[in-house]
Design a protein around this ligand. Sequence first.
Ligand code: ATP
Length: 307
Amino acid sequence: LMELYMPLNWFGTYYRAIQKNFVDMENMFDLLREDQEIVDAPGSAPLLTAGGGIEFNNVTFGYSPEKLVLRNVSFNVPAGKTVAIVGPSGAGKSTLMRLLFRFYDVQTGAILIDGQNIKLVQQQSLRQAIGVVPQDTVLFNNTIFFNIQYAKQEASDEAVYEAARLADIHDRILGFPDRYETKVGERGLRLSGGEKQRVAIARTLLKAPIIVLLDEATSALDTHTERNIQAALARVCANRTTIIVAHRLSTVIHADEILVLQEGSIVERGSHDQLLQRVDGIYADMWQQQLKSSDVEQSASGDSGTE
Ligand code: ATP
């Protein structure tokens, strides 16, 4: 049904976008339901979640066999904990996220959620357990209400409003010309980067998954917007197993573990303090670089600012 609302070339744009970035995987699957390479294993059972603990076990993967993008990647995210992934562009951070969502299958090794190999569980149950807050959310050419409720189509109006409140976008929506009935997207009201991310947060709050994958915005947002969004993001990650592709110092500092990914391998791992103590550490170096940039100084001093 939803497909009817899309202009045809939209699929092409969308597909290229997701191949390039870690963009809105949840929507992607609904849109491309017909021709999926990934299929349920015969006799697969639904994922049984118990806290949402994640385990990457010696995972190797390449988009093509001749070029590996991830090499022997192993890590755990205990239930309810937060792992931040940092590393240079092209290191494989988004690829890790795509594999967890089973957008592709691993070449060797395995990804487990609460002890179950994600290759062997029903995809629908896997994706039900995972909420994604992408950097760039694609909106349907439909009302803002539809765009939030989309995450859980049986949600009541009140539940949609509540999710919007927690994502700090309810008041803004009330200021739109037709409030919740305002058309958004390409052919409607254009939302800002910050607003779109709030829609993604509202969707995820409504979905209430046990696992959250978050692709932090790199730089598109101004400091004030950024600070407001941090509070909403903290709400969406609270009490959930979380993996963040992190760009913000405030995020990495608070992560339970930080993984430094470089050319497809984890080259350093530990808490912020542990990694800072490494002599000639890559993370320690990244930290120094970031400290030097004025952007960071601003957001660090902004913590005590007023809203
Ligand atoms: P960034 O910080 O720039 O988003 P990243 O660490 O998330 O980078 P990935 O997007 O995971 O990196 O990409 C890892 C490598 O895989 C890169 O060399 C990239 O060119 C390649 N790659 C990513 N997506 C595809 C794809 N769909 N097909 C082929 N190669 C891809």
